[in-house]
Write a protein that binds this ligand. Structure first.
Ligand code: ASP
Ligand code: MG
Length: 417
């Protein structure tokens, strides 16, 4: 007997039939003797619709009222799932964020969870009642409903699993696990049985869209074993691994992973843009003059390349920003022209960041060299490079994304046989 958190996303609760399917998954775990808390998203498309209503009502609107509106999608699905479970003879009760309570900070629309008191939910679970908890929402210090930012119900689920000291947090979704890369780009991508928190955090930050980045951060901090699996399996008889374990990908501590690979996955993201500042003075304080105003404007800078100047006087600085912030970044730099001092700003939005990820890189030399050589052999030019202990990212022309991902995937032996 274990305590489990089961999370179902929007496509898994898109209509009453799918909610019945979810209820059948829950019933299976209850029948196996587990204590179960379920976290649900809104029906797919619902939150978009609610956000559009707010914008339609007034382009500039009060974030507290936005939260009152957009949190309602999860209120509906949590109640419907509780009703469906009851109709199947499973004792269940819905919980809104404020009822648990899940306390957040004051940042309406993009709140962070501050604390969760699991006492009452645990009590009910121990009495054999399934707790169906609305994802994506909590209660802010002002006593009003808050929401966690788009995709936030993954974060709700992991935070609840930590608070309830659950043995595992099962994320049911429309894919059957985490893959070595996007299977739509590389049909030979393989499902991973296990991936470490650190690697998953890089994969999520670098473009893999299976889990919200924040949920992985939280899982890593609280060591919540998080399991990604498909909600489209037969609920009564889901597929299992050869050893009888459920089928999917376990995100866990690296100690739990016996067979370590050097490279675990290839991620890519087209959500970045490149900015190059030409002929800035090569003297102390110039990088600060460029990046301090960008930080003040809340623009996240990622890859940074500064050339060694050839004449000791002037140099170029290249970096990337999120594509959505590109115009804003350029205008921040233009309005700081005097403080920085440069000849021109050049930019490109048709770029892609491709990343090679693996904790094995810590102890293996030559991983980066292999990537550069493989890309060169395909004639792919690298615009910028960043590395960390467990990843290498290169910025390339977006047109070469698929070729680059496929090439790297096979160079590191990730292709499925
Ligand atoms: N319903 C919310 C959204 O669409 C939260 C979630 O699905 O994770 O962003
Ligand atoms: Mg989601």
């Amino acid at each position: 007997m274990a305590r489990l958190v089961m999370k179902f996303g929007g496509t898994s609760v898109a209509d009453l039939d799918r909610i019945r399917n979810v209820a059948a998954h829950v019933k299976r775990e209850v029948d196996a003797g587990h204590q179960v808390a379920v976290v649900v998203s809104a029906m797919s498309g619902k939150t978009n619709e609610l956000v559009a209503f707010c914008r339609g009502a007034a382009l500039l609107h009060d974030a507290r009222e936005y939260d009152a509106v957009v949190a309602s999608g999860e209120q509906v699905t949590s109640g419907l799932l509780a009703i469906t479970l009851q109709a199947m003879g499973v004792d269940a009760r819905s919980w809104q964020g404020w009822q648990v309570p899940i306390v957040t900070d004051q940042a309406h629309g993009a709140a962070r969870i501050a604390s969760i008191d699991g006492t009452r939910v645990i009590q009910q679970m121990e009495e054999g009642r399934v707790a169906v908890i609305a994802g994506f929402q909590g209660i802010a210090p002002d006593g009003r409903i808050s929401t966690l930012g788009r995709g936030g119900s993954d974060t709700s689920a992991v935070a609840i699993a930590a608070a309830l000291k659950a043995e595992r947090c099962d994320i049911y979704t429309d894919v059957d696990g985490v893959y070595t890369t996007d299977p739509r780009v590389v049909p030979k991508a393989r499902r991973l049985d296990k991936v470490s928190f650190e690697e998953m955090l890089e994969m999520a930050s670098l473009g893999s869209k299976v889990l919200q980045v924040r949920s992985v951060e939280l899982a890593m901090v609280h060591r919540v074993r998080t399991f990604v699996r498909s909600s489209f399996e037969d609920p009564a008889n889901p597929k299992t691994m050869p050893n009888g374990d459920p089928f999917g990908t376990l995100i866990c501590d690296e100690d739990e992973i016996v067979e370590q690979q050097v490279v675990t996955g290839i991620a890519y993201s087209k959500d970045e843009a490149q900015i190059s500042i030409r002929r800035v003075a090569d003297k102390p304080g110039v990088a600060a003059a460029v990046f301090v105003p960008l930080a003040a404007a809340n623009i996240n800078v990622d890859m940074i390349v500064q050339n060694v100047s050839s004449d000791g006087k002037e140099t170029d600085i290249t970096f990337t920003v999120p594509a959505v912030d590109y115009e804003r970044a350029v205008s921040v730099l233009e309005s700081n022209l005097e403080g920085i001092g440069y000849q021109a700003i050049e930019g490109a939005k048709d770029v892609c960041k491709v990343s090679v990820i693996g904790i094995g890189m810590r102890s293996h030399a030559g991983v980066a060299a292999d990537a550069f050589q493989a890309l060169a052999s395909k004639g792919i030019n690298i615009r910028a490079i960043t590395t960390s202990e467990i990843k290498i990212s290169v910025l390339i022309d977006a047109a070469y994304t698929e070729l680059a991902v496929r090439t790297l995937h096979s160079v590191y032996g990730l292709d499925k046989a």
